[in-house]
Design a binder for this molecule. Structure first.
Ligand code: URA
Length: 228
């Protein structure tokens, strides 16, 4: 359920059995790198299907080979989707998202927590090393793919980068695990920036440890997906 209908920020937890079972597999420390990566791809598809349910539809009558008109639909804004992958853990998640948003343009942002400096309260300094995103404007819908929304610091840094380049009609975040702290920060950011932002996540875990890892979490998603 969305928490804040009508406001600039909403979030939705995907409680479907399929998503929860895949999440359970990838939380396990015994899951191999390959299965972990495949799990992220599967969750990317689920998240894509959930996000597309939020789009409006319009009539799309087509004529079938039997010479009959079928009053079908098309999804408004589908051609205007741009997926932005937060490297590197979200790469497999995006692979799943693209199966649903098959016509999406794509961008990447390489962002790194400066872990050497530690966490300041619940904040990390974020270093953005590379940004390559297609041009987007007021008709476009941006989906940010980011597996672990722990402190929210990375996502806010990414959103700031995107806002320097234009304003989309709507922003979605496709994530696997988020925390209440990050959700509150994103809510405030969306309100201050005046952007329409919806977070989709498969779970909200209660806390962070002293190193900024989500607990119970799933560990370092980048390392587990790439075998580093
Ligand atoms: N990034 C991860 O990969 N895992 C966490 O728990 C937090 C951030």
């Amino acid at each position: 359920m969305f928490a804040e209908k009508g406001s600039l920020f909403d979030y939705k937890v995907i409680e479907k059995k399929y998503a929860q079972a895949i999440l359970t597999q990838i939380r396990s420390k015994n899951t191999s790198q390959v299965e972990f990566r495949k799990g992220l791809v599967r969750l990317g598809r689920v998240l894509g299907l959930e996000i597309v349910e939020d789009f409006e539809t319009e009539e799309n009558p087509v004529e079938t080979p039997l010479g009959v008109t079928y009053r079908g639909i098309k999804i408004k804004g589908f051609e205007n989707v741009c997926i932005v992958t937060v490297l590197r853990a979200a790469w497999p998640l995006t692979e799943g998202l693209v199966k649903i948003f098959y016509s999406a343009r794509q961008g990447v942002v390489a962002a790194r927590r400066v872990e050497e400096k530690g966490m300041h309260g619940t904040e990390f300094d974020i270093e953005i090393n590379y940004v390559k995103i297609p041009k987007f404007g007021g008709d476009d819908i941006v989906i940010i793919s980011d597996v672990m929304v722990a402190t929210g610091s990375t996502l806010i840094a990414v959103l700031r980068e995107l806002l320097k380049r234009g304003r989309a009609k709507k922003y979605y975040i496709a994530s696997v695990i988020s925390t209440p702290i990050a959700i509150e920060k994103l809510r405030k950011f969306a309100q201050d920036a005046g952007i329409d932002l919806k977070l989709y996540t498969v779970a909200v875990d209660p806390e962070l440890n002293s190193k900024g890892y989500i607990v119970p979490g799933l560990g370092d998603a980048g390392d587990r997906a790439f075998g580093t």
